[in-house]
Design a protein around this ligand. Structure first.
Ligand SMILES: Nc1ncnc2c1ncn2[C@@H]1O[C@H](COP(=O)(O)OP(=O)(O)O)[C@@H](O)[C@H]1O
Ligand SMILES: [Mg+2]
Length: 265
């Protein structure tokens, strides 16, 4: 199972990614969680101990590794470097492991003008292809708002592309943009997840304004999620109600059966 999670900033992508990672791990699956947000915080949502987190170096920041694998220094634009560097040893060597979850941080690449044909991007693209196409674990990809890191070849390998929204017009607008980008790339299975839902009215709002995608479920707005963040605890350990709701989402993902397909608003 390869799951990509996206949505507007702050809607709860990282929260959902951390919950699904722990649920799969608890079920005995090997899980590879990938923090592809340039300002990474999946480690803390997963409850990784700070000492472990301190050891993780985001791949994009590994100058020597990028130079060694691509044959060019990071930051170089143009010039000669290999577009398909070796990456298969990276996930195990440069990740942290805790409670059945292997965590990898991609790091941010400063994008120069037109799409940046730079060595660090070549390495990240190759790595992403490897993670989605060759690895046998459950892969959970915590992304930015968009389809960065996915290409035509890798888009099809995503089994479920989850767009997280919250009750509010802006996140639903962003969801529409992401839906269009993902469809253009050829991502086959797009789903919606509603987060921070306070009451029936919020569910209704999301339904009415949905970009017409099958809905996997809702997570409640729960002060325990915020408390987990304050205490540096795993959301999975601190917010049992939201964990139960995430379990329902996980079940539907497994069966490939969403609750409904709402009409486009
Ligand atoms: N269901 C929820 N209930 C309450 N707070 C939440 C919930 N989901 C996320 N949050 C809070 O919202 C903020 C953004 O969540 P996060 O998962 O980091 O979003 P993203 O990764 O999309 O930027 C965090 O402070 C988080 O604790
Ligand atoms: Mg995040």
């Amino acid at each position: 199972m390869k799951i990509a999670i996206t949505g507007k900033g702050g809607v709860g992508k990282t929260t959902l990614a951390s919950l699904l990672a722990h649920i799969y791990a608890r079920e005995g699956e090997r899980v590879l969680a990938i923090d592809a947000d340039p300002s990474p915080n999946l480690a803390s949502a997963l409850g990784f101990p700070p000492s472990l987190v301190a050891e993780i170096v985001p791949i994009a920041q590994m100058g020597d590794l990028i130079a060694e694998r691509t044959g060019a220094k990071p930051g170089t634009v143009g010039g000669f470097f290999t577009l398909n560097p070796r990456v298969d040893d990276i996930p195990d060597r440069f990740s942290a492991f805790h409670r059945g979850i292997r965590l990898l941080q991609m790091g941010g690449v400063k994008r120069g003008g037109s799409g940046c044909l730079c060595p660090e991007n070549a390495l990240l693209k190759s790595l992403m292809a490897h993670l989605l196409l060759d690895r046998s674990e459950v892969v959970i990809l915590d992304m930015e708002a968009g389809v960065e890191h996915l290409g035509r070849g890798t888009a099809k390998a995503v089994d479920a592309f989850l767009i997280v929204v919250e009750p509010g017009r802006r996140s639903l607008q962003t969801a529409r943009l992401i839906r269009d980008l993902a469809s253009d790339l050829g991502v086959p299975r797009l789903y919606l997840v509603g987060n921070k839902v306070r009451h029936e009215g919020d569910r209704g709002f999301i339904d009415r304004n949905s970009p017409g995608l099958p809905l996997l479920g809702y997570l409640s707005a729960d002060p325990k999620v915020i408390e987990a963040d304050l205490k540096g605890m795993a959301v999975f350990d601190a917010a049992p109600k939201v964990v139960e709701e995430a379990r329902d989402i996980w079940q539907r993902l497994k069966r490939g059966e969403p609750t409904s397909t709402s009409v486009e608003g």
